[in-house]
Design a protein around this ligand. Structure first.
Ligand code: C2E
Ligand code: CA
Ligand code: CA
Length: 402
């Protein structure tokens, strides 16, 4: 039976045996997939680029090449297709190939051994359909109720320090441990949550988790601040803002340990109400940071009047600043602008040492990005803090003895 309440899912079956391709096609089409097949390795790139499949079933052994080349191609184009590895080789070989898929950051759906088992194939395709199904508001709310969400922490690095990776604070970023999809990034559901209002519950969940974590860190001797992303929906709604403040009050966390990040576009949409709320938060002791700066249309006068302590330069400029002169100039201009306004600049999306060095030379105060660390679960963030502590203890002992 075709699954009709789903956008069409596209499958590319790659196998040098045409009969296998036909069996796969029959099973997949019955489930509602649109299917293309490819029996020769040299057709793969063209077929893939033209068809843009959601799922690729890949035979690892093909005449004239091997599956590893195809995996490398998918990695090169940063494909998000789900990959099913398929082969008559030993399980050991399939496992090794699956490691290659994962180490390239590709999405492995399943490994499957020949001979083909129709029941197994159908079950794998049903999982693919489930993963492909767009997130719904109800599913978000169920996920919250089922404890499927988790807060990850990305370190923010002090660029003014002598140490290359001194953590000054963290940013809390929500993740969804989805039972079928695996780890889902915020980018894949925050926009929907903002549209439907589920963002209110998500933000309360994140605030509770962060306050809880700050308490645990305090017990371990770490007093560090953490930034929480606050949508315009929260900041422009007095009742929602109050719910958040109540959570902080109850947790007895010091307000000064919290930073609220809110996007430039969000701030400008409802400036009168937002300005009132921001001032109230600031008076409580919460620091404010303007996020994704450079993507909206702030008026400098409005910006000047709002109590922001930091401007976060959008990663779209930072990512490109080493190869794109315009991006480089924009980043430099935004750093200078923040300094002219008397606030700090933080660059997000720093992926290379070269970019980190450019930012240091420009006087940018802090940075975040994969070069330093990806967002990590709380337990790993704790390890980062412990390592940093051990290093400073070691250095101060060295200093004393020298
Ligand atoms: P953001 O606040 O600008 O967060 C930075 C995003 O960039 C994060 O994506 C982070 O994982 C990613 N990132 C960090 N360093 C790098 C890097 O070096 N390179 C690249 N390419 N990306 C990097 P994520 O976690 O998917 O979050 C996306 C957006 O979703 C966030 O953008 C934020 O606006 C929103 N978001 C995340 N968590 C929450 C939340 O709890 N509440 C609200 N309202 N929004 C959230
Ligand atoms: Ca942010
Ligand atoms: Ca941002």
């Amino acid at each position: 039976m075709a699954v009709s309440d789903n956008p069409i899912c596209k499958l590319l079956a790659v196998d040098d045996e045409p009969e296998i391709c036909e069996i796969v096609r029959d099973v997949a089409q019955d489930l509602g997939f649109q299917v293309e097949t490819c029996v020769e390795i040299r057709q793969f790139q063209d077929t893939f680029d033209c068809f843009r499949p959601d799922v690729v079933l890949l035979d690892l052994v093909m005449p004239g090449g091997d599956g590893v080349e195809l995996i490398e191609y998918l990695a090169k184009i940063e494909s998000r297709s789900l990959i099913i590895l398929f082969s008559g080789m030993e399980v050991k070989v399939l496992r090794a190939a699956s490691q290659i898929v994962l180490s390239h950051g590709l999405q492995l759906l399943k490994i499957m051994r020949k001979p083909i088992c129709l029941v197994e194939l159908e079950s794998i395709f049903r999982t693919a359909i489930e993963i492909h199904r767009p997130v719904t508001n109800q599913r978000l709310l169920d996920g919250l109720a089922n404890n499927e969400f988790e807060v990850f922490y990305q370190p923010k690095i002090n660029l003014l320090s002598n140490h290359i990776d001194e953590i000054i604070s963290f940013e809390a970023l929500i993740r969804w441990n989805h039972p079928q999809r695996g780890l889902v990034l915020a980018d894949d559901f925050i926009a929907l949550a903002e549209k439907t209002g589920a963002i209110n519950e998500i933000t309360r969940f994140v605030t509770r988790s962060v306050c809880d974590q700050l308490g645990k860190w305090k017990d371990q001797g770490f007093t560090i601040s953490t930034a929480i992303n606050m949508s315009a929906h929260i900041i422009s709604d007095q009742e929602q803002t109050q719910f958040i403040l109540d959570i902080i009050e109850e947790s007895q966390i010091d307000y000064s340990q919290l930073v609220f990040e809110t996007t430039e576009t969000g701030v400008m949409e409802n400036i009168a109400q937002v300005a009132k709320t921001l001032t109230k938060l600031c008076l409580k002791g919460i620091s404010l940071s303007i996020d994704d700066f450079g993507t909206g249309y702030s008026s400098l006068i409005q910006l000047y009047r709002l109590p922001f302590a930091e401007l976060k330069i959008d990663k779209s400029f930072v990512l490109e600043m080493s190869d794109n002169e315009e991006a480089f100039n924009i980043v430099r201009t935004l750093i200078n602008l923040s300094h002219d306004l008397g606030i700090n600049a933080c660059a997000e999306g720093v992926e290379t040492l070269e970019i980190a060095n450019m930012l240091i030379a420009m006087g940018c105060e802090s940075a975040q990005g994969f070069f330093y660390s990806k967002p990590v679960p709380a337990s790993e963030a704790t390890q980062l803090l412990k390592r940093q502590n051990q290093r400073s203890e070691f250095l101060s002992a060295l200093h004393k003895s020298g």
